[in-house]
Ligand binder design. Sequence first.
Ligand code: GLA
Length: 731
Amino acid sequence: MSILYNESKKTITLHTAKTTYQLKIGNLNYVNHLYYGATIHDEDLSYLIRRYDRGFSGNPYDSLKERTFSLDAQPQEFTTQQQGDFRINSIEVQNADGSFSFDGRYVSHKIYSGAFTLNGLPTAFANEKDTVDTLEVVLEDAVTKVQVTLLYSVFEEADIIMRAVRVRNGGEGTIALKRIMSLNMDYMNGGNLDMLSLPGRYGQERQVERQPLTHHVHKIRSGRGISSHQQNPFVALVDKKANEDYGACYGFALMYSGSFLTEVELDQYDQVRLVMGINDRLFSFHVAPGEEFDTPAVLMTYTHKGLTGMSHIYHDFFRNNLNRSKFVREVQRPILINTWEAAFFNFDDVKLVEIAKAAKGMGVEMIVMDDGWFGKRDDDNSGLGDWFVNEKKIKCGLTELVRQINDLGMKFGIWFEPEMVSEDSDLFRTHPDWVMEIPGRHAVRSRNQLVLDVSRKEVQDHLIASVNRILDSANIYYVKWDLNRAITDLWSNSLPAECQGEVSHRYVLGLYRVMEGIIKAHPDIMFEGCAGGGGRFDPAMLTFFVQYWSSDNTKPLDNLKLHYGSSFLYPVCTMGAHVSEASPMVPLETKAAIAMCGTFGYELDATKLKKKEVKACSKMSSLYHKFYDLNFFGDYYRLTSPFEPVNLVAWESVSKDKSEALVTVVTVNLTMNGPQEYIYCKGLAPDKLYKVDDGSNKVIASGMALMHAGIPIPREVPEFTAFLYHLKAVK
Ligand code: GLA
């Protein structure tokens, strides 16, 4: 059992393989947080809490005038509301009598084996060989009978603790949750922490920012109804001295695809509090007597092995514990060609077959028919919502088209954007009330489209039926599920006025239900997520999608940054990356080497390629297969940062048994007559000898030499040259 309750000390200690987390049922039955960090055996760590008379910090009434006991200076597992703690809150509830207060005290706990699940929300699961135990701690407000259950699933070998919160209204009147966070994390001594996050924008998702915590509340949030291009639902608190290779790092990844909020406060005493969960803006959720409300889960980790150590924990966990699709591991994902940048809306069945034929010579195994195949869709003004084949374009019908593609020995994939509707569509004409629109106002348009009210059950059922009908009508191997705008106009015609603050969250719950009804119902189809690129690339989505389209930006040099940033949390096997015609000055081979730092594919008109280019693509496609296991399942190392003024951008994948590695180096700038530059490998077995093969030269060197003395990178080459060094242990 990885969770231990010490009855006499009233401590509960959670152990993963390399970390310990401790909480204690403390004074007045408040639950204190004592520790999270490197392994400490089972001792009571409550000596860490010192109590002082802190001016202007209130004392709970039953502390009996004990001026040194204030919740404002106590590390807690979850906060109260209006009990003298003035830091950021993990709960704000309006009770049935109109008051805003919550005073949660410990009433019980239970420990059981296995991971918790949540109502309507995705969670990570335990595999057969994983040791996973769960702790539930129940806090209750004695006056309102509102209960908050803190959930902790300890994934022992993975070094992950999954957390969430369940609210139960045990009172007699309906309450309104104005804020309910998935996790509260207190640090008694947090003045030494930096915050690392992944901000971005459309076309430039998941860049990296690291900043010191200063004395205010730092907010990372999305209010766009989707997890967003602008911020990813991930944050790490890292020791100021931590770098890629060593130092304390705490990671927090929220499994939620809607508007989210992370707040980090460095307070007056250098205590740090982090809360993370659903964004409380435009949020107010009613919970009737006897009802429960579940928050999304957070995947939390700690390591003292620096940023690389933290990324490895997440990469392994995302590969093992989020998605049961056979395309995660058992079945190799095919190399695809997508029609979007090749043809946009201008294609028909003949053109598709031509592209497929030409792409075959490039080593492509699947063609994906992107936007434009349905309804009356010739541009982005019409057709969304009408999920039936446009027979003017696909004249032979979908079943026949797929048959022709299959006859070429290729697989077939298709694009959908289920949550959206065009005003010029049969669906909108039939059900104008199915869109999100505030009464008396016109809905905001974005990319000329409106948002379907996916919080409504009849809309969900309609989407499940109409997408499934297409999927079941032909031999479809792959689906790209897109979303091309943010969510505005929060209003649902199916909810009463007082419940409109629930729409944003109900939309996300509805979406998960639709995805369950389509994706989980088609285990033999491979699903890729997309939201105008990576606008909803988050851990919850990865429970449905094996990969996610990283960005609409296919410029290879921008992708160096995008992959680097994404890699802090996401493994290579989840990041969609294609070779396209963007940036003609970059050679095809380099584009392909960069796309191999993701799920490799093409996004160009194959019929227009020259013979020489087809040959180059075919070579790169076979390299993708050759290095598939290394790239998809190896340990990934960031060797240099494209955010720094480097001449070489480099990364590496090392097989788990360290017998093989692939080092990729891209020259982004080479000054004339400059110094010789070296790339230093990581993660190799120091005593093993490796044969280093860059396609033309072969060297044998030890892991030690390759890590400490490095690999010299040839400098008399054109800019934007890529080198792939394949390292194979010979002894
Ligand atoms: C989004 C996607 C693109 C493409 C277009 C189609 O922008 O990110 O890859 O599918 O939609 O409209």
